[in-house]
Design a protein. Structure first.
Lengths: 302, 92
């Protein structure tokens, strides 16, 4: 059996944590974070990687003579590398050369091959390089294409959204998330709106194309993922890199949650929003990944 | 001393879509001052208000991160290539 007593079983069903200290000034508004770093490789991307690998196997597209390849800025790559290794598949990952050493090392430890791409082109450069390699040698690869694979967002429609719905006892009113592939944002927003059309979807965006919110795409200036539909967002809020850094430090100091910068960005926006909402609102956001992947980063010191 | 600054795609909207720009300067700091005087909108993208580089901005001179050299005081050899890139990793 593929999914019985394997790493795959450990994906999802993450805790929903109340941010009681950071949200202490809120009057009658509850602030929660879905702790996605409890997934086996430490990020939300385990959900999408699991769904896309199992979908590939079910369709017969992923067989043991193929190498799993995709473009990634880090977390999906680590998830593919680990889950691929668990099932005995080879994995190759295109990622910008400026990805941190910790990430490259993690991918290599799981046995993946790393193809470094032009750091100036960021994730779009990795995406183009990956498509080129697959076009040159289509028989060699299984290319899930996380930016355009519906299994990515559906993992959140069927998983993350339902879990949040149950964990908030059907009381969630606002869901806040940023976008890399937009899988988490699209799938969870659609899933929650399917369960209750009154739930508001809030899109967190970096305040500039040039930012340090790792893994987050500035949608106005980059290639749009095929399944991204901005019209689902009821509210859009921007955050600066410095605000995200400050909140990431607060999460560690005040809530004992050691998470990455994209999580800090999500919580900063969720708190900003929560302060404007009437009593009874229940705001949920995502803690995307584990902060121990960023220990060498300098923003912890400030 | 002239140097070539390689501009990442994320910053090209601030520099008339250019991918590289020739500047004068004997240090990285001087080269960036020259760049920011040509393109004033760029200043707040790469510097904090106190004049320090923003935390996620990495600068490489001929392939070496200036954090391992002398920071903004790093000397530029004639014809140096200066690469400006944001930190990247993660995903949600």
């Amino acid at each position: 059996m593929l999914t019985s007593h394997t790493l795959f079983d450990a994906v999802g069903n993450t805790p929903l944590l109340r941010l009681g200290v950071i949200g202490r000034e809120l009057e009658g508004v509850e602030l929660y974070a879905k702790a996605e770093y409890f997934n086996p490789t430490g990020s939300v991307k385990d959900r999408a990687a699991k769904a896309m690998i199992l979908d590939g196997i079910a369709r017969g597209a992923l067989t043991h003579d193929k190498t799993i390849i995709d473009a990634t800025s880090g977390n999906t790559g680590i998830a593919y590398a680990a889950l691929g290794a668990a099932l005995g598949y080879r994995v190759a990952l295109c990622l910008p050369a400026n990805a941190t050493e910790e990430r490259k090392k993690l991918m290599k430890l799981y046995g993946a091959e790393i193809i470094e791409t032009d750091p100036l082109e960021s994730s779009d450069g990795a995406y183009h390089e990956c498509r080129k390699l697959v076009a040159e040698n289509p028989e060699k690869y299984f290319y899930p294409d996380q930016y355009n694979n519906d299994a990515n967002w559906k993992a959140h429609f069927d998983g993350t959204a339902v879990e949040i719905w149950e964990q908030t006892e059907h009381r969630v009113t606002h869901f806040v998330a940023g976008t890399g592939t937009s899988g988490t944002f699209m799938g969870t927003s659609r899933g929650l709106k399917h369960l209750n059309p009154q739930v508001k979807s809030v899109l967190m965006q970096p305040d500039s194309p040039f930012h340090g919110l790792e893994g987050m795409k500035h949608m106005a200036s980059t290639i749009h993922p095929g399944f991204f539909d901005e019209s689902i967002a009821d509210i859009k809020l921007e955050v600066s890199t410095e605000e995200a850094y400050a909140m990431t430090r607060r999460l560690a100091h005040e809530e004992a949650l050691l998470v990455g910068v994209s999580s800090g960005a999500n919580v900063a926006v969720a708190l900003k929003l929560a302060k404007t909402l009437p009593p009874g609102a229940v705001v949920v956001t995502i803690l995307c990944d584990n902060g121990n992947r960023y220990l060498s980063a300098e923003f912890w010191e400030e | 001393m002239s140097a070539t600054i390689l501009i990442p795609t994320a910053l090209r909207s601030f520099v008339d879509r250019k991918s590289e720009i020739e500047v004068e300067g004997s240090t990285v700091g001087e080269a960036f001052t020259s760049l920011a005087s040509q393109y004033p909108d760029l200043k707040h993208q790469i510097y904090e208000d106190d004049g320090k580089l923003r935390g996620f901005v990495n600068v490489f001179v001929d392939g070496t991160n200036i954090k391992k050299l002398d920071g903004l005081e790093t000397k530029l050899p004639q014809g140096a290539t200066v690469m400006l890139v944001p930190a990247i990793a993660g995903g949600c």
